[in-house]
Ligand binder design. Structure first.
Ligand SMILES: Nc1nc2c(c(=O)[nH]1)N=C([C@H](O)[C@H](O)COP(=O)(O)OP(=O)(O)OP(=O)(O)O)CN2
Ligand SMILES: [Zn+2]
Length: 136
């Protein structure tokens, strides 16, 4: 087989990297009988998804290592915290995903190639929420 004859399709490249932090929260907007209205904790997983239509040398959307400032932010500001003491929102997975997308766009995106497409927040092994960024 002549591998040089394989076509190069046009399209979009996507990468993802998953980060973790531990934190406590409650959802005071829920009725008091709902278990999640009580203070409890999660081992959160946060996946950032970055896209580009062209690659930077040597063939990256962006170096996975260039995402380290996001890990630093999670480690220093959210890890082993009560989210109500550090975030200006009711910390559902959905709102957390949107907030973290905002942090990424404001603080990290200007320094890297590629654009943030989405942030996914996982609270448990069976539950997650994703925020898809518009207009990137
Ligand atoms: N759409 C959302 N629903 C719920 C959220 C949320 O952020 N977005 N959050 C919670 C609670 O924080 C809860 O801790 C996690 O919910 P749940 O999946 O119900 O947790 P369990 O693992 O205990 O669920 P099982 O019943 O054992 O599957 C609630 N809802
Ligand atoms: Zn919870």
């Amino acid at each position: 087989m002549n591998t040089s004859a394989v076509p190069v399709p046009s399209g979009t490249f996507t990468i993802g990297k998953t980060f973790t932090f531990e934190a406590g929260h409650r959802l005071p907007g829920l009725p008091p009988e709902h278990k999640c209205s009580r203070q409890h904790g999660h081992s959160y997983e946060v996946e950032v998804i970055v896209t580009a239509s062209a690659l930077e040398a040597p063939g990256f959307v962006t170096d996975f290592g260039a995402l380290a400032p996001f890990k630093r932010y999670l480690d220093t500001e959210l890890d082993h915290r009560n989210l109500h003491e550090v975030l200006p929102l009711e910390p559902t997975s959905e709102r957390l995903a949107q907030y973290l997308a905002g942090w990424f766009i404001e603080n990290l995106q200007p320094t890297i190639p590629g654009r943030l497409a989405a942030v996914r927040v996982r609270e448990t092994s069976r539950s997650w929420a994703r925020f898809d960024v518009e207009g990137q």
